[in-house]
Design a protein around this ligand. Structure first.
Ligand code: CMX
Length: 136
């Protein structure tokens, strides 16, 4: 797939309000955007670390993917997102190689990116997101 870089790390937190001060006041990062993604039942907060972002994820529904994750595993790293080009072709390639796709086709994610997830059962326990910037 030849990802160009790690686009972001998704980190599940119980509360953005409680977690953001750690990232700002201890790590010295700046939260540059807070965005709700209703389809994913999350509220997100973004920070930049060089070319890579951190995406804090607060669940807005206990039955959503992040709500269920926190209930089962607690707060922590939720997914790794790789930046790729030609996302649909990369998904087709993953399927050909026997990887279980959560999304067979790209859909819109936070920040206007085209995104798709690979199932963690196929990726050694790491929920994996592929992202394509439609403006590049
Ligand atoms: N990382 C690693 N493993 C995970 C996981 C995660 N983030 N979330 C769930 N799992 C594991 C569960 O622990 C469980 O493992 P066991 O069977 O060993 O107990 C297994 O996956 C469950 O899989 P499932 O029965 O298919 O379904 P779930 O209902 O728990 O859903 C998943 C899991 C990954 C398919 C679902 O969370 C999903 O579709 N995620 C993609 C969308 C998403 O995560 N959105 C939030 C972020 C949005 C954003 O970034 O904007």
């Amino acid at each position: 797939m030849k990802p160009t870089h790690i686009e972001h790390l998704g980190i599940a937190v119980k509360s953005l309000e409680t977690a953001i001060p750690y990232y700002e006041n201890v790590l010295g990062l700046t939260c540059y955007a807070v965005e709700e993604v209703p389809e994913q039942k999350v509220k997100t907060a973004f920070f930049k670390v060089g070319q890579t972002k951190l995406e804090l994820l607060e669940s807005t529904d206990p039955e959503g993917p992040v709500g269920k994750f926190i209930e089962k595993k607690g707060e922590g790293v939720h997914h790794v997102a790789f930046a790729v080009e030609n996302l649909q072709a990369k998904l087709d390639l993953a399927a050909e190689r026997g990887i279980a796709l959560i999304d067979k086709q790209p859909r819109k994610g936070a920040e206007g990116l085209n995104i798709a997830f690979l199932h963690p059962k196929s990726t050694f326990g790491v929920l994996t997101e592929l992202c394509e910037d439609p403006n590049k």
